[in-house]
Design a protein around this ligand. Structure first.
Ligand code: ADP
Length: 302
């Protein structure tokens, strides 16, 4: 401190450089700590299923004369193998969204395609729990309105006139990444909801200065998230209830991926939730029509 203060008086420019270096070092240390935490978390998350697999395989060998026990242990081994596969896949997804520039292969992506893909991905899990999935953005011609928890349903856009119907909404970005993001939100909605509830996906266009946004809201009637946890659920490996997350094959990486995808597309993801009542996760992304395309010259550049 004192040395800096002295050098500040003597050579203001030099001291600014020193300060920048100190800040850089602090930032570098912070990044290093985050990286170390991440590696420790990954190791722990990998060790758990691998350890279980090793114990279970021993149990299978010991129980070779008891077919029922063998079957039981084999079933649990399969569960652990699925967990490992999920984890590795999500790690790959996370590293992909962190390393690739999503806007390199950006294109207009119809929201209904993203919704159809997300719903397909969860159809089995939702089916076994008799969870109804509804959306206002099914493929054109197959519209189904839903009642959005926060008034997001269908055509409540202000201004009237020639607004596109929800089925025509398109976002600007990387199709694979956007599908992964929405898929994660819908998957969570199904995983953290009791049987015979409803998951709604509602999209709408929000006009803004400097290009419209598309809002895609995923609403569930599930267990909800407390105010205290709301901040943290987007952190890598953070889970409100690790046992419950594991039981559904969760990795704690899903929302970190969603957050990263939203940010790198110039958008955001937010959560509204009431414990015991449900949650709404809202993705806000730039609309395709508003995004500059490479093969079109804007009038002002002529
Ligand atoms: P996971 O693989 O555990 O689902 P995520 O990163 O997707 O990891 O979510 C982090 C945590 O946030 C979850 O473990 C869960 O506790 C909480 N969470 C996510 N989505 C919901 C939801 N729709 N309802 C209630 N809790 C949720």
């Amino acid at each position: 401190g004192e040395a800096l203060a002295v050098s500040a008086r003597v050579a203001p420019l030099g001291s600014r450089l020193v300060l920048l270096l100190v800040e850089d070092l602090t930032e570098a240390r912070r990044i290093e700590a985050v990286r170390r935490d991440f590696v420790a978390n990954v190791s722990h998350e990998l060790k758990t299923p691998v350890g279980a697999l090793s114990l279970l395989s021993e149990a299978v060998m010991d129980a070779s004369d008891d077919p029922e026990a063998v079957e039981r242990f084999a079933g649990r081994m399969q569960g652990e193998a699925i967990r490992l596969t999920n984890l590795v896949q999500e790690l790959i997804d996370l590293s992909r969204v962190q390393n690739d520039d999503p806007l390199e292969d950006a294109e207009p992506v119809p929201v209904y395609e993203l919704v159809a893909e997300a719903v397909d991905r969860c159809r089995h899990a939702a089916g076994t729990k008799q969870i109804t999935m509804a959306s206002n953005v099914w493929a054109p011609g197959g519209l189904e309105e839903i009642e959005g928890r926060e008034g997001l349903a269908g055509s409540d856009q202000e201004g009237g006139g020639q607004l596109p119907s929800a089925a025509d909404l398109r976002v600007w970005g990387n199709r694979g990444q956007l599908a992964a993001a929405l898929g994660n939100l819908v998957e969570n909605a199904v995983n953290y909801s009791p049987a015979r509830t409803r998951v709604g996906i509602a999209a709408r266009r929000v006009a803004q200065s400097g290009g419209a946004l598309i809002e895609i809201a995923v609403t569930d009637q599930g267990i909800g998230i407390s105010d205290k946890e709301k901040e943290r659920v987007f952190e890598r490996f953070y889970r409100v209830d690790p046992a419950r997350s594991r039981a559904t094959g969760g990795t704690g990486l899903g929302l970190a991926i969603v957050k990263h995808v939203a940010a790198s597309h110039g958008g955001e993801v937010t959560v509204w939730s009431a414990e015991g009542q449900g949650s709404t996760f809202t993705l806000r992304l730039p609309e395709a029509a508003a995004a500059p395309t490479r093969d079109r010259t804007s009038p002002s550049s002529r």
